[in-house]
Design a protein around this ligand. Structure first.
Ligand SMILES: [Zn+2]
Length: 221
């Protein structure tokens, strides 16, 4: 059995529920990286739905700012932690990890995330640029299935063409003996405590650096 973790960015949006149902249909779980300023009375029930289904929520910044361009330390801390505070207050759910908007980091950002004890989820599976609405689902399917590997953390988005791509991706991953879990579960399965101060592309790379170097991808949303 091989394990990987798909993390869908830029929620909360109502499509999260449909994507959750598709993944739950295989008895699996995943994670959503959410933007703090999108949390409101309309989107809170969607967040509650995915949490109640055993999915993980991670912080994707309060305003989806490119933190590499933010000079104030307090502002970087607020960007990373405000969604955590809101979800704790509204749903009593503890967010323990983050994904940087655009996967964009400076040394300061990595240092601050380390001080906050927030592991940063990277991109160990090619998402086929699914953030780009002009990309069709075939390209997403080909990219994900062409790069899926044991221990990898995927970076996809809460978008219609991505949800559509799941209809092909999920059964094919099952056929290949993959099992989708949350990032928290992925680290447990691989027997490691998530490292701090780096963007983690693969939970295995700390055992086998040769695997991860071939998975490095250019920065993308
Ligand atoms: Zn994003």
């Amino acid at each position: 059995m091989k394990y990987l973790s798909l993390v869908f960015d830029d929620g909360p949006r109502d499509l999260m529920c449909e994507m959750t149902d598709k993944i739950r249909g295989f008895g699996w779980s995943a994670a959503f990286a959410i933007i703090g300023n999108r949390i409101n009375d309309e989107t809170l029930p969607m967040l509650k739905y995915v949490i109640d289904n055993g999915f993980q929520i991670v912080s994707h910044g309060q305003d989806h700012s490119d933190l590499r361009l933010v000079s104030s330390k307090d502002e970087i801390i607020n960007e990373l932690t405000l969604p955590i505070k809101t979800v704790k207050q509204k749903l009593n759910y503890e967010i323990t990890m983050a994904r940087l908007p655009f996967l964009s980091a400076s040394g300061d950002v990595l240092e601050i995330a380390k001080d906050l004890k927030l592991p940063l989820l990277g991109q160990g599976i090619d998402g086929g640029d699914d953030w780009d609405s002009s990309v069709n689902s075939d390209r997403i399917i080909e990219a994900v299935l062409g790069s899926a590997c044991d221990g990898a953390i995927g970076c996809l988005h809460v978008l219609g063409h991505t949800s559509e791509a799941l209809d092909v991706i999920l059964p094919e991953l099952k056929k290949r003996d993959f099992h989708l879990v949350t990032p928290e579960e992925l680290f447990v399965k691989n027997g490691i405590t998530p490292p701090l101060g780096v963007q983690i592309n693969n939970a295995n790379e700390y055992f086998n650096p040769a695997v991860s170097s071939s998975l490095k991808r250019p920065l993308r949303n």
